[in-house]
Ligand binder design. Structure first.
Ligand code: HMG
Length: 394
């Protein structure tokens, strides 16, 4: 069978950051609750001129720069739960601003944080049938629970771009996967509401329950043993949740200890800085592992636990090909995190309010990536490529 999987992968995030220590002080909470109890350091915050499209275009541009033949992209899949339209796919904006061929199909997928994994499995199935083609997946989200809520410290935002192809350079997906679906109300966002509803404690119990069920399904379908997996990346709504998942996973297979703590810590380094980015979170963790661990994963197997509230979960595996280091972007990702400007809590609250009700501003006001969200006019979202603004100015 032709190997199919992730050929290139990269992430982007917003240009502003809030230190969770400042948030804890402002909310009168012991900082150690956020730092140790949730495992957080900071959260990315979008300016009023950033959204899921601006972050997605930045990640998409970087990924596409590594694709020798852009015309081979035949499918754009956009996974999100921060959708900007009930009808039109956010992927069409990506398709437009990346200048992709008109022969592409474009769709948007939704099932909470599981959406990107659904997109990946769909893309892999399509490429297996058409190995000369490639698919571009963008998973982009802004996590919002509301100011002064219990979920507030677990907000964040970010986007990943994945190129799926035959003979992938980063991760070759294996066929066996374990899945689990159950109708529950742990986390949801009704139509017309900008902030998620959440039953926090129940959501953490449901997440761990879904790990157990999807792992058992994986085993019942002939999936490999725990010992054959070098490291597992877990969906990361906040880093402590992934640490708990790792401990639970070890217990499920009768082990005292979870995986190598140094690998788990490497897998969570980017997530600690960015916060929850829903659909993108699991794949940010994979990038963090591959780029931050001082370990050669060549020819080794990685495990993945994807969880989307509501809920759908999947456990699957992939093999890392030798030479994978050449397609990583550690410097670009370090820059993406370091370039962010710190916000005070009052300024973060202003940004938060403005992002919920974007007004139209015809010019860029804040530092940003290749695309600026100008706002909403005539019920349409307007964007401007920074390169065209620079051209007009010169
Ligand atoms: P909370 O009630 O504010 O916090 O909500 P808590 O009281 O449960 O405390 C959290 C941890 O901090 C506890 O540790 C405390 O002991 C510890 P644990 O007992 O769990 O090990 N703690 C301290 N540690 C050190 N020093 C202190 C201190 N005080 C307390 N002084 C909660 C926390 C995560 C529930 C809340 O932030 C929330 O609702 N977040 C959003 C929901 C969420 O992220 N759920 C995760 C699972 S669901 C999921 O992953 C899907 C999701 O990504 C969405 C999707 O699929 O689309 C969310």
């Amino acid at each position: 069978m032709i190997p199919v999987g992730i050929d290139v992968m990269t992430f982007s995030t917003a240009h502003f950051v809030l230190d969770v220590e400042d948030l804890a002080t402002a909310r009168g909470v012991d900082f150690q609750k956020y730092r140790t109890g949730l495992g957080l350091e900071a959260m990315s915050v979008p300016s009023p001129q950033e959204d899921i499209i601006t972050m997605g275009v930045e990640a998409g541009q970087r990924a596409m720069a590594r694709v020798a033949d852009p015309a081979s992209i035949r499918f754009v899949l956009f996974a999100t739960e921060s959708s900007i339209d009930q009808s039109k796919s956010a992927g069409i904006y990506i398709h437009h601003f990346l200048g992709l061929p008109s022969s592409c199909r474009v769709i948007e997928l939704k099932q909470a944080c599981y959406g990107a994994t659904a997109a990946l499995q769909l893309a892999v199935a399509i490429i297996r049938q058409n190995p000369q083609e490639r698919a571009l997946i963008i998973a982009s989200d802004v996590a919002r629970y509301g100011l002064r809520t219990k979920g507030e410290p677990t907000q964040g935002c970010g986007a990943v771009a994945l190129i799926v192809s035959a003979h992938p350079r980063l991760l070759q997906l294996e066929e066996t996967s374990g899945t689990y679906t159950r109708h529950i109300m742990d986390f949801w966002r009704p139509n017309g509401q900008d902030e998620a509803c959440v039953d926090g404690r129940y959501s953490t119990i449901s997440y761990l329950d879904a790990l157990e069920k999807s792992w058992k399904d994986f085993q019942s379908r002939g999936g490999v043993a725990f010992e054959e997996i070098a490291c597992t990346c877990y969906h990361t709504p906040f880093p402590r949740m992934a640490e708990k998942a790792s401990t639970r996973h070890a217990k499920l297979v009768g082990r005292e200890k979870s995986l190598d703590p140094a690998l788990l810590s490497a897998a969570l380094r980017y997530n600690r800085q960015v916060g929850n980015c829903y659909t993108a979170a699991l794949y940010v963790s994979l990038l963090s592992l591959l780029e931050q661990a001082s370990h050669d994963f060549s020819d080794q197997r990685l495990g993945f636990f994807s969880y989307g509230s509501g809920c759908v979960a999947e456990f699957f595996t992939g093999i890392v090909p030798p030479g994978y280091q050449e397609v990583l972007f550690p410097e670009a990702h370090a820059h993406t995190l370091e370039r962010r400007l710190p916000l005070t809590v009052p300024r973060y609250e202003e940004f938060y309010a403005q992002s919920l009700h974007p007004t139209f501003v015809p010019t860029p006001h804040y530092p940003m990536g290749p695309l600026c969200f100008l706002g909403i006019r005539d019920q349409q979202r307007h964007y401007s490529l920074m390169s065209s603004i620079a051209q007009k100015a010169s």
